[in-house]
Each structure stands twice: as structure tokens, then as C-alpha cells.
Write a protein of this length. Structure first.
Length: 199
């Protein structure tokens, strides 16, 4: 007689439901946009009830925020992975920037993080999400270079904001068909120019 599969705990079921909602919402938000996606479509695609949606998320905007947070976390994870090996501060920043562009090439990510994100959640909320993830990795890399005396002693937060803005605009341009190599070359040159020459 075949054994019945082990029953999942309440926590496992809760996590599975949340993951299904986030995955279904991400797909629909990318395919149709936030504005054109309704919650009935999301719960149908996730295979859950409307009550389950509102158990996990207060409303559609809160669900969208969850999707954006997950995307920002995924970008940061790729940057962390690319800079985990022992690297010079300069190489760490350059590798992190390459990882950012690779991560942003995932289908729908620029729309979620750079277009719909600010429009739906507002710049302040999106900035807070970024500061917990990708913005954090950039600030840490810049701070390490400045503290080591290898980079010009500039205000770290302002420098991170400027480089992040450049990178975001580059990611949007690449998404629209611009040369990824050209944008990587320019941003790499900007980063390298911040380092103090020892010659």
C-alpha cells in the first residue's frame, strides 16, 4: 500500500500560500502592469481564495510591495554572490555593478523596480526598500573603499545615491535596447575615476 505524503505544517502551508500569491502577482504585474491587474486574477492564478490573499496582504498595493521587496532582495543576493570572494575594494565595486546589470536583465525586473515601483509605492517607500537591499551593498562597498583610503573621501550616502541613479538609468536604457557594454564601460570608468592613483 502506498504511503500518504507527509502532511505539511501550518507554517509550511502559510509560506506556500504566500509564495504562490507573490509568484502569481509578479507574473501578472509584468504581463499586464499593476494598474491593469485585478485581485480576482491574482487569486485565480495562485490557486487560493480571496480570503487567503487578504490574510497575507492588506490590499493589492501591499502585495505589489511584497513583489518589489522580493525583486530587490534577489538583486542584492546576486551582488552579494558576485562580491563574496576576496576582492580589492575597486574590483568588488566593479563586480557588484556587473552583477547589478545582470540581475536587472531578468524579465520584468526593470518595470517592477524602476517604473511601476516608484509610481505605485512612491519614491520614499521604494528608496527604503532599496536601502535594505541593493543600496545597502553599494553603500558598504563605497564606505570600505573610502575607509581604506583608496577612494576620494566623499559623502558616502550622496555618492551611493548618485551612482545608484546612474545605474538605474543605465538599466532602463539597456532594457530599451541600448548597448549594455557601453553603459558598463561608462559606469566602470566613473567608479575607477573615484579611486586615488598611487603612481
Amino acid at each position: 500500500m502506498q504511503e500518504a505524503p507527509p502532511r505539511r505544517s501550518n507554517r509550511e502551508r502559510t509560506e506556500a500560500t504566500r509564495a504562490a500569491l507573490l509568484a502569481a502577482a509578479r507574473t501578472l504585474f509584468v504581463e499586464k502592469s499593476y494598474a491593469e491587474t485585478g485581485t480576482p486574477e491574482i487569486v485565480a492564478a495562485a490557486g487560493v481564495t480571496r480570503g487567503a490573499l487578504y490574510h497575507h496582504f492588506a490590499d493589492k498595493q501591499a502585495l505589489f510591495a511584497g513583489v518589489v521587496e522580493a525583486e530587490a532582495q534577489a538583486v542584492a543576493a546576486e551582488i552579494d554572490a558576485a562580491t563574496a570572494a576576496p576582492l580589492s575594494t575597486k574590483q568588488s565595486l566593479l563586480s557588484g555593478m556587473d552583477a547589478f546589470f545582470a540581475a536587472m536583465a531578468v524579465l520584468g525586473r526593470t518595470r517592477l523596480l524602476l517604473l511601476d515601483g516608484p509610481a505605485v509605492l512612491g519614491p520614499k517607500t521604494l528608496d527604503e526598500i532599496d536601502q535594505r537591499h541593493g543600496g545597502r551593498t553599494l553603500r558598504e562597498g563605497l564606505a570600505a573603499a573610502i575607509e581604506a583610503g583608496e577612494m576620494c573621501p566623499l559623502p558616502t550616502d550622496a555618492l551611493a545615491t548618485q551612482l545608484s541613479a546612474m545605474s538605474d538609468r543605465a538599466a532602463l536604457a539597456i532594457e530599451a535596447g541600448a548597448s549594455a557594454e557601453d553603459h558598463r564601460t561608462v559606469i566602470a570608468a566613473v567608479i575607477e575615476s573615484l579611486f586615488i592613483s598611487r603612481t
